[in-house]
Design a protein around this ligand. Structure first.
Ligand code: NOJ
Length: 719
């Protein structure tokens, strides 16, 4: 240990500038110690302990709980030669202990403030137990609901995705990473992981440079350049022939040279080792060489850097300066986090931080905002609280696991409020609340159908809660069908046949092709996996204590065969029409079941007075758009006003619509509000044939809608 006796070395002096401290530390490190900083392991086994003592581990992930992080940290700080603290990483995705709706649900709020708050609460909870770094947000644009990880992101659109990415990073990192309540963000998976062929996880990605830059890169750019994310994660997938974790073009040319990223890149789990499976490396050493030279600074769980990098440096295949660059980035972040001054958790804070009243209230509020009312025929919802009886039916109605979704961190099923519990607690004491499970989420048994039908028959209303189990989405959880799993659709049909009005509540991590329900069931509420307070939020919507205002961040297909289906498609030379020779299917409509941006309310909004003013041209150009929205219904409600743009004629075919602005507003009955948007020049631009961002002169159409299909006002302007 270099800490005892005499004056403290520069790297341990908090008053010295970070750069100087890093220089000092680097000078003292052996090559093995440097490479150690570039290695990350999962858990804290005896073997890891030995490596930590030798100063050969930079980071651990999946070590949780204040005691466990503290034990490992003590060994790093007190028993390794230079005492460099470990950085502890964890997948804090939608909450740490207070579990919020899954990211797709949070995106349905169309409220960046809610995402910022959820992320900052997650950060404070995680930090209180010694976590410094989250592998979040997942900012992968995804247009294929078969892909299980669609649950972890903000959906199909780069504009909405970028807004959510920015809010999440700012929420996790706060104003200054030195603040003990913050953690470092890691927007992932860099890049285009969401474009996996066939929606199959880890599968090959082949996208044009234009699509890469216009669709997949923007949320990363915002997360990194605008919000200042400290790290990013190189993805598993091959990208246009070169795996993302060996891709110099994305990792160095774009990330470092174009964007000026100063943080560090961690590989995804063994993504460096998997370069062998990808067939671009024959040995671990070749894999390490490819990854490090492309720009991967830290090897997550591959043990490839540990075993090969030193020899590669000795052989001259990797320059020691390259190693120094990576280590410098890692140490800089550790210093920014004040890990050298504050390596341990504060037991005072640890015991007080989790699931406070305020945090649980925020989880409830986020869940309420994330609810999307897909259908409400005859205003079946909301239901009167003193309704005589309701039957709560379905495999997920009283399920404590599903609402946690995938990556539930330290989330505990015992903390979950189920829909049944929510309904019981919110209904009047006189209401009879009946329950029948009906069937399992998966499997073929219909044994309990009869009981479910009888239970429904005894009630004035049936609330049927169906969908997916938590582990049916997330990593390695792809599906070839988008239907309700098992016999759940038949359960809905059985309950519907009783003649009792049915409210269908969906819990799921992806769009589902619920065409039968959409046609027959009068009311459908998309609740996603809504976290530990979801049951209350769902009941609040059902009984009208909360007027739903969420909107879909992703298109719902009618059938899996329509995938990929997304709103910002191109027009084609033969846009779909009833004519024979146009772009469509013989056996299914071309339109979605529910479009991007869709979501109903218990009130109605009227749009008027669209004004468009072109303020300035050129780089500092600006287009101001304003309109009026009035709540003309009978109750307070939230509306998400959406601005779409179309460049009518350009040198490159442009999408029929692109989201370029949105605002979630709350209006009392009769209240009117002016909503304004300022389009920047960049919002009008695209990559021309020479791959330069340009705004071409011509006509732009502005469309203001309550969804991507429900356009209420439109007009054009000329540039
Ligand atoms: C693999 C996943 O792809 C990634 O998202 C996650 O952060 C790491 N495992 C660590 O758990």
């Amino acid at each position: 240990m270099g800490r005892s006796g005499g004056r403290k070395p520069i790297y341990l002096r908090p008053t010295q500038p970070i750069e100087k401290r890093v220089d000092d530390l680097l000078r003292r490190m052996t090559l093995e110690e440097k490479i150690g900083q570039m290695c990350q392991y999962s858990g804290f086994s005896e073997a890891h302990e030995a490596l930590v003592k030798q100063g050969r581990v930079g980071s651990l992930l999946n070590v949780t709980g204040a005691k466990n992080t503290e034990r490992a940290q003590k060994i790093a700080v007190e028993q390794s030669r230079l005492g460099i603290p470990l950085i502890f990483g964890l997948d804090v995705i939608h909450g740490y202990s207070t579990i919020f709706p899954i990211p797709l649900g949070l995106a349905s709020t169309w409220n960046p403030e809610t995402v910022r708050k959820a992320s900052s609460i997650a950060a404070a909870e995680a930090a209180s137990e010694g976590i410094h770094w989250t592998f979040a947000p997942m900012v992968d644009i995804a247009r294929d609901p078969r892909w299980g990880r669609i649950a972890e992101g903000a959906g199909e659109d780069p504009y909405l995705g970028s807004a959510m990415a920015q809010a999440a990073v700012e929420g996790f990192q706060g104003r200054d990473l030195a603040d003990p309540d913050t953690i470092v963000a890691c927007p992932k998976h860099y890049v285009a992981y969401g474009a996996a062929e066939g929606g199959r996880d880890y599968n090959t990605v082949d996208v044009s440079e234009r699509v890469l830059r216009e669709v997949y890169l923007p949320p990363f750019k915002v997360a990194i350049v605008k919000a200042g994310a400290g790290t990013t994660m190189s993805a598993f997938n091959e990208l246009n022939g070169v795996p993302a974790s060996a891709n110099r073009h994305s990792l160095t040319e774009i990330l470092r040279e174009e964007w000026g990223f100063k943080g560090f890149v961690v590989s995804d789990w063994n993504a460096v080792g998997e370069l062998i499976n990808h067939g671009i490396a024959g040995t671990s050493a070749e894999a390490a060489k490819e990854a490090v030279n492309a720009g991967v600074d830290m090897d997550m769980c591959g043990n490839v850097y540990q075993t090969s990098l030193a020899q590669l440096v000795r052989d001259g295949a990797v320059l020691e300066e390259k190693i120094d660059e990576s280590v410098r980035r890692i140490l800089t972040l550790k210093l920014r986090l004040r890990l050298f001054e504050r390596p341990y958790v504060d037991p005072e804070r640890a015991s007080k931080a989790l699931q406070t009243k305020e945090k649980l209230e925020a989880a409830l509020q986020a869940a309420r905002e994330s609810m999307v009312l897909l259908k409400n025929e005859g205003s079946l919802l909301p239901v009167k609280k003193d309704i005589e009886s309701v039957a709560v039916i379905g495999p997920l109605a009283d399920d404590r696991n599903a609402p946690l979704g995938s990556w539930s961190c330290r989330g505990n099923p015992e903390d979950v409020v189920t829909v049944l519990e929510g309904i019981k607690s919110r209904a009047s004491p006189r209401t009879k609340v009946l329950y029948a499970k009906g069937c399992e989420s998966e499997g073929n048994s219909k044994e309990e159908f009869e009981n479910a039908a009888e239970t429904a028959g005894e009630a004035g209303l049936a609330i049927v809660v169906v969908g997916e189990k938590a582990d049916m989405s997330g990593e390695a959880a792809c599906r070839a069908s988008l239907n309700l799993p098992g016999v759940q659709e038949e359960l809905v049909e059985t309950v519907h046949e009783t003649g009792v009005p049915v409210v269908e509540v969906l819990m799921n991590g992806r769009p589902l092709s619920i065409s039968w329900s959409a046609e027959h069931v009068p009311a459908i509420l998309e609740a996603w996996f809504s976290g530990i307070r979801g049951g209350f939020a769902i009941a609040d919507v059902i009984f009208g204590d909360c007027n739903p205002g969420g909107k879909l961040p992703i298109t719902f297909p009618r059938a899996v065969g329509q995938v990929p289906i997304y709103y910002s498609h191109k027009n084609t030379g033969r846009p779909p029409s009833p004519e024979r020779w146009t772009s469509k299917y013989l056996d299914a409509p071309w339109t979605p079941l529910f479009p991007f941006g869709h979501g109903l309310s218990y009130t109605q909004f009227e749009y008027s007075d669209l004004h468009i003013t072109l303020k300035r041209r050129g780089k500092a150009g600006k287009v101001e758009v304003s309109l009026t929205v009035e709540n003309i219904g009978g109750c307070q409600g939230d509306e998400v006003v959406q601005l779409y743009l179309r460049d009518l004629v350009a040198s490159i075919g442009r999408p029929v619509k692109e989201l370029k602005g949105f605002k979630r507003i709350t209006l009392k009955p009769g209240e009117r509000r002016t909503v304004s948007f300022a389009l920047a020049w960049q919002d009008l631009s695209f990559l021309n044939r020479e791959m330069q961002w340009v705004v071409e002169p011509g006509t732009f159409r502005v469309m203001i809608g309550s969804s991507s299909e429900d356009i209420r006002l439109s007009d054009s302007f000329e540039v």
